[in-house]
Design a protein around this ligand. Structure first.
Ligand code: HAM
Length: 439
């Protein structure tokens, strides 16, 4: 006998079962409503893209690209591709499951010449992303993001503020308590701005190198900004005394940051300035922000975002300003559940308890017309004894049992039983519909 090993979802992936997806659907439909109210339209981009797109956009040296992507070689299509492009015949292209969607949205902006649309173009998306991280609570290898991007020719601080206002309005609508919004500006890549600060930081860090752990020591040379991200307890005192980037921004970035803060105040958005907020993707400049929520343990960032002027250009498009964010939907759901806001799957409106062959034909017809009228109806496929039928009806959390036996069929009525209190009434078909529709 061969042993039949059971299959399990791959580590870091999971099934979302019907009792959970009710809350996911609620979250997603709230996103459609809120983002729609701010004039954003939904975009759906592919799950996989050329590896090079993410390498160039997110950055080849970032953890995401260097360690966490699911990358594979895709064979060129025999014949087809080689006819269009003879060099394609033998070349396998490297593709990757998307670790994030900002790069894809920018690619789509370029590919569809969206710079010709009324500017800025405001788009949102939702769906699975893939990163090969160590799984733990709130951290998965297939996780879900809800994100938004604003692309166009304008980098007015009001756009930054409105994007942040929108994501906060979304969380508010979901009644997610205990949120904290951190903001920062990381300036831009010009000699009198971020690079100057990075050099200063490097010089300061070299002086205290011996007191830092191996990761931070390495980062002094590779990417000193990431030292600010360190969670290592013994490094915190040293980091606290390092120079702040806000004091070393160029004039234009300083002014932009000041105006973003003013615009947030105008909108009543409460924020905290966090000079250590640097973010782990290469495309950011100027405004960065992160939102943390309660009930999540160490993986408490529920949203991250920032400005990325120049990314579209880097991907071969026209000079374009951009800003956006992505919410970790899995974490948002965990936090909502922790706050006791977990919507549960709805039970049935009506369970049809039919008995007898004549009743069955009538039950099928009734199920059809009630479902058409918008009720959720359970029609058992085989006959059940009366007691058994009622037991199942309440197990399925039904509000009513519609009883259809030979008597009802010959009288042309239905017996409607309210399961909460056990009361019963006899109704004709029009009366039944009228009664149910009044609810
Ligand atoms: P990110 O900070 O890499 O930014 O991810 C955004 C959010 O996705 C995180 O704050 C977190 O809630 C969630 N997330 C990330 N990795 C995981 C994981 N392994 N498991 C569960 N949740 C996770 C971006 O992805 C940028 N594309 C955001 C953006 C859009 N910036 C501008 N526009």
């Amino acid at each position: 006998m061969s042993s039949k090993a059971k299959f399990h979802a791959i580590r870091g992936t999971r099934d979302l079962l019907p009792q959970e997806t009710a809350l996911w659907n609620h979250v997603e439909s709230t996103a459609h409503d809120v983002f729609g109210a701010f004039g954003f339209g939904e975009i759906r981009v592919p799950i996989f893209e050329p590896t090079e797109l993410f390498a160039r956009a997110v950055g080849g040296d970032t953890d995401i690209v260097s360690k966490e992507m699911y990358t594979f070689a895709d064979r060129a299509e025999e014949g087809r591709d080689s006819k269009i492009d003879p060099s394609a015949s033998s070349l396998a292209t490297s593709v990757s499951l998307r670790p994030e969607a900002t790069a894809s949205v920018c690619r789509a902006y370029i590919e569809h010449n969206m710079q010709q649309l009324p500017q800025p173009v405001k788009m949102y998306y939702m769906g699975p992303m893939f990163r090969r991280e160590r799984p733990q609570k709130g951290r998965y290898r297939q996780f879900y993001q809800i994100g938004a991007e604003v692309l166009g020719g304008n980098d007015a601080p009001a756009i930054d503020a409105e994007v942040i206002e929108m994501v906060m309005a979304f969380f508010d609508k979901l009644e997610l308590p205990g949120l904290e919004l951190d903001i920062n500006s990381i300036g831009h890549n010009a000699p009198d701005c971020r690079p100057k600060y990075v050099e200063l930081l490097r010089t300061e860090l070299r002086k205290v190198k011996e007191q830092l752990g191996p990761d931070s020591q390495r980062r002094i040379e590779t990417n000193p900004l990431r030292v600010l991200d360190s969670k290592v307890e013994s490094e915190q005192g040293i980091i606290a005394s390092l120079p702040h980037i806000a004091d070393h921004l160029c004039e234009a970035c300083g002014a932009h940051y000041a105006e973003v803060k003013k615009q947030l105040q105008l909108r009543g958005v409460i924020y905290r300035e966090n000079w250590r907020l640097v973010r782990g993707l290469d495309y950011y400049m100027r405004t960065t922000f992160e939102i943390t929520a309660k009930g999540l343990g160490s993986q408490n960032a529920v949203c991250g975002g920032g400005r990325y002027d120049g990314l579209v250009e880097l991907l071969g498009g026209p000079p374009t300003k951009g800003i956006g964010f992505a919410i970790g939907e899995d974490r948002l759901i965990l936090s909502l559940q922790d706050a006791g806001k977990g919507a549960v799957q709805q039970g049935r409106d009506i369970y049809i308890a039919w008995m007898g062959e004549h009743a069955y034909a009538s039950a099928v017809r009734t199920a059809k017309f009630l479902r058409n009228a918008g009720f959720s109806v359970e029609l058992p496929p085989t006959e059940q004894k009366f007691g058994k039928a009622l037991e199942r009806a309440s197990k399925l959390d039904s509000r009513y049992a519609l009883i259809l036996g030979d008597n009802e069929v010959s009288e042309g009525v239905f017996t409607l039983k309210t399961l909460a209190d056990g009361t019963q009434q006899k109704l004709t078909e029009p009366e039944l519909l009228e009664f149910l529709q009044k609810l």
